[in-house]
Each structure stands twice: as C-alpha cells, then as structure tokens.
Ligand binder design. Structure first.
Ligand SMILES: [Zn+2]
Length: 165
C-alpha cells in the first residue's frame, strides 16, 4: 500500500503517513482529501477513495527537527548512497550502516551516530572509533530537518509533486 502525503492547513507538506492513519484522520474530520486514487477502500459501513494527499483541517505548528524515522532507506537517502568514510558509491545493495561510536561502546542508533559505509570501510572500522581505524567522516551526521527533504530525493509519487517545494 502506498503512503499518503499530509499537508498542513496552509498546504505546506508536513509528513508522510500510512493510508490507515490518513483514513483515521479523514474519518475524524481532522483532515480532508486533496488527491485520491481511483482505488476504493470498502468496509461494511463506508466506501472511501484511497487518499494520496490529505490536508489537515487545523494548523499544526511545525516542531523543530520534525523527525524522520531512522531506517536504512532514509539513512541511504540522507547520505546520498555514498560511503561517509571514503566517498565511494558502490550501489545500495552493498552499502552498510555503520555506528560511528560502536554499539559495543554505548553508541546509540540515532541520526547523529549512524552513517552509510561501504563494505571495506565497515570491515576496516569494525568495533573501533573512526580515528582508531584511521578513518575520517566526510561530514558529521545530522538528523534531516524536514521529512520532505528526504522525499525530494527520489521515489516520490507523481501526485505529490505539485505540493512539494
Ligand atoms: Zn568506504
């Protein structure tokens, strides 16, 4: 099932959510459908076109650093499919995720501590700090500020395009 783009009441893109969550918002009159697919969702009590883009009825003040879930796919997008140590782009299948401060040393799985690494760099670094393996990060990893930024990179459905900056 596809995801749904959620717009603020001002039509500013806010986030991406599941169809299930979008339908919940629609049924609670907290959002309205802006774009819908041809496909229809049916239940015993209602029939609803599958939403593609919804708009919140009430304005949502954007929290600073609206968080994007930390998944392999999102880290790959943030780091542009590039090893953050050597700069190689061997293709997403062979890229790995590396904990800068290893988990064995209390390194957390957070945006600021996870980067994309190629196989050779990851093996060389192993359970060490970058400096111990004579590796240097090309730039310090940070949490993406807006979910939309990652969406812009690739894979955004055609129907979302006109709503994205
Ligand atoms: Zn590398």
């Amino acid at each position: 099932m596809t995801n749904v783009l959620v717009l603020n009441s001002t039509y500013q893109p806010l986030q991406v959510t599941s169809v299930r969550r979008a339908v919940t918002l629609l049924l609670a009159d907290k959002a309205e459908t802006v774009e819908a697919a041809q496909a229809v969702l049916r239940s015993q009590r209602l029939t609803l076109q599958v939403p593609l883009v919804i708009r919140l009825v009430g304005y949502v003040r954007l929290p600073r650093g609206l968080s994007l879930p930390l998944t392999r796919r999102n880290v790959l997008l943030r780091d542009r499919y590039t090893c953050q140590y050597c700069g190689r782009q061997p293709g997403k299948e062979t890229l790995t995720l590396d904990h800068v401060t290893p988990r064995s040393r209390g390194g957390e799985t957070v945006w600021e501590n996870v980067v994309v690494a190629c196989g050779p760099c990851n093996r060389r670094k192993a359970d060490r700090m970058p400096v111990e393996a004579s590796l240097r990060l090309r730039r310090p990893p940070r949490a993406p500020r807006y979910i939309v930024r990652a969406l812009l990179e690739r894979g955004k459905p055609q129907t979302w395009r006109k709503y994205l900056p």
